[in-house]
Design a protein around this ligand. Sequence first.
Ligand code: CP
Length: 315
Amino acid sequence: MHLISTENLSKEWIETLFDQALIYKNQNHSENHSVKTFEGCFAATLFYEPSTRTRISFEIAAKKLGFEVIHLNPDTSSLKKGESLFDTANTLINLGIKLVIIRHPSNGFTEEFASFFNDFDIRVINAGDGSNQHPTQALLDLFTIREELNLSLAQLEGKKIIILGDSLYSRVCRSNIYLLKQFGLEITLVGPKHLIPHDLVSENHLNSSNNLLETLSQGIDLIMVLRLQKERQGKELTRAFMSEEEYIRDFRLSMESLNKSKLDLNKIKILHPGPVNRDVEIESELVDNQFLSLIDKQVRNGVFVRMAAISSLFA
Ligand code: CP
């Protein structure tokens, strides 16, 4: 089994994964926090796109489990000399790699790559493919929500979450929709019309809105803010529909917008998968607000959720 998407994960698998992540998290505070289950094994990261938190978080997670981690840079690998993806995969198989963590700008690429390893005791984790999926990000988001609200997964049913911003080009949004829906959270996508994935809204019976203040005023529990994915939108699309100034005016989450909506600030939490573009999609003050913002907790939990994700694939 590989971890490519959140679409087909069972509730039981997710609950077991979160229990294990919690064990790793608690062990981390104890003196003997290394879990050398995979001592002598090799993991490879293959990132065709920039990353800070996902790559480092996976590296720490794999090392805590005992893996030696090797970074294969696509720009300096033999892929640049015309080696096919199949031959790259075959080389990794023959070198004895046990775990591959891959990020790629094209939707579906990681799934295709993973299929080369199906007949081997090698697991592949999708660390983000285009605007398609980023499963471990969504898992760590849900783990953080559950922890912060101090509820079981079943008790999250009916909680209201806004996913604010560029949902159309966000793999984090897609992965979260499948995951949050499973546990009965009420999802509203908020953003300009041209950045709402209308097919996803109708297929998954989601709410959508182009009015941030109005949606906030209706009462919510959680706000997940997304950045403008300019690398996928392309300059033409960004310019054609809305300037950045107009986007900030209408969709930036700020203390002023929260106050205007009369939300009880004791009862809401803000998430952001990062990287954050401060003062574009979210006011800088809110990013650093340790009472409202879960951003730092998301990063910290990422290591334990990824440790559990890696372990579960070999269970
Ligand atoms: N959330 C996320 O994927 O961040 P990075 O691009 O820094 O890995």
